[in-house]
Design a protein around this ligand. Structure first.
Ligand code: FE
Length: 338
């Protein structure tokens, strides 16, 4: 994907000249690469007659690209994952204000900001080895700092947006001192230095190299839905906990998007975001990555998500996650959570 973007950048830019309004096109910059999204875009074109030109790229590269294109950017909509990246796009001044009675009606207030909206949610869950760790000992994120888990905790990097957003939520709820205590305790409990992605942690937990880890829910669902015998074996070894059910609820993050400041097709862009909040689009959009819709009334038919069941989600505004990113990184740096 990376190669495609960098090599084809010039020709794509030429193909995406700001279109005349009557041409009815939408230039979509997306960090989502799911097969199911194809059907979603085709359906939008069928409903509205607006053709979608899609540029896919890695999250941070897309932000840089839009900034570098400046006032000449053909980008109308940016879709990406994690509140921290959406917040970064906002800080870089990439977004236009977002105002839509439809989005306000369909998407809960804590999942919207004045510049961007979430269209699906994912949870950060605790994954433990059933033979090595008792579920009762890992019911809360704060338990991950308990000396009882010494030598058992595994994680991806503390600089990764998923962990930064989780710690940001702890800062927002409990303050910086408690967040630092948690981060310090996690480091003291490391089974190994942070490495790999969430799926690597789940596999290491299954293999017994780690007793417990944290992972985004869609990685768990993906392994649950895998036909590979090795993946099924992994899932037999591990248990999943929704953390903080008795308190703040499980930390959730989002994928979402907004209209860009220099969008040549602002009306089409708004139409597209409103379409993403429709029932059928919500199903495609969320299910494409085993996530949950943000529109409460939308029902998913996803066997893995059904099996994972219902849980109490943290309703902290996505803006708060964004607000404490820098503080979260400072804490991780201070305690040596690399
Ligand atoms: Fe991910």
């Amino acid at each position: 994907m990376k190669l495609k973007v960098s090599l084809a950048a010039l020709s794509i830019a030429a193909a995406l000249q700001p279109a005349l309004a009557e041409e009815k096109v939408l230039n979509l910059y997306s960090a989502r690469h799911y097969q199911t999204d194809e059907a979603l875009y085709a359906d939008f074109t069928k409903q509205t007659g607006i053709k979608i030109n899609r540029i896919e790229g890695k999250e941070d590269e897309l932000l840089e690209r839009i900034r570098n294109e400046g006032a000449n950017s053909p980008a109308d909509v940016l879709l990406t994952v994690d509140a921290s990246r959406l917040a970064k796009a906002r800080e870089m001044g990439l977004f236009a204000p977002l105002s839509s009675p439809i989005l306000e009606k369909r998407i809960p207030a804590h999942l919207r900001t004045a510049e961007w909206a979430a269209f699906s949610t994912r949870a950060r869950v605790i994954v433990y080895n059933k033979a090595k760790v008792s579920a009762a000992d890992v019911q809360n994120y704060s338990d991950l700092a308990n000396p009882k888990l010494k030598g058992k905790f595994c994680s991806r990097s503390g600089s990764h947006p998923y962990n930064l957003s989780l710690l940001a939520s702890v800062i927002a709820h409990d303050g910086e001192a408690r967040a630092e205590e948690l981060a310090r305790g996690m480091v003291a409990n490391f089974a190994r230095a942070p490495k790999g992605g969430d799926t690597d942690q789940i596999k290491a937990v299954a293999a017994g190299e780690c007793g417990v880890a944290i992972s985004n829910s869609y990685y768990v669902a993906r392994l649950m839905r895998s036909n590979k015998a090795a993946d099924q074996k992994v899932m037999e070894q591990v248990g999943i906990v929704w953390p903080n059910q008795a308190t703040t609820g499980t930390h959730i993050n989002v994928s979402g998007g907004g209209i860009l400041k220099h969008a040549p097709n602002k009306a089409a862009a708004l139409k597209f975001l409103e379409y993403l909040a429709s029932d059928s689009a919500q199903r495609y959009f969320a299910d494409g990555n085993n996530e949950w819709p943000v529109v409460a009334s939308v029902k998913l038919a996803n066997p893995a998500l059904d099996k994972l069941g219902k849980f109490k989600a943290d309703t902290l505004p996505v803006n708060s996650l964004a607000m404490y990113q820098v503080k979260a990184q400072m804490i991780f740096d201070r305690v040596g959570f690399k």
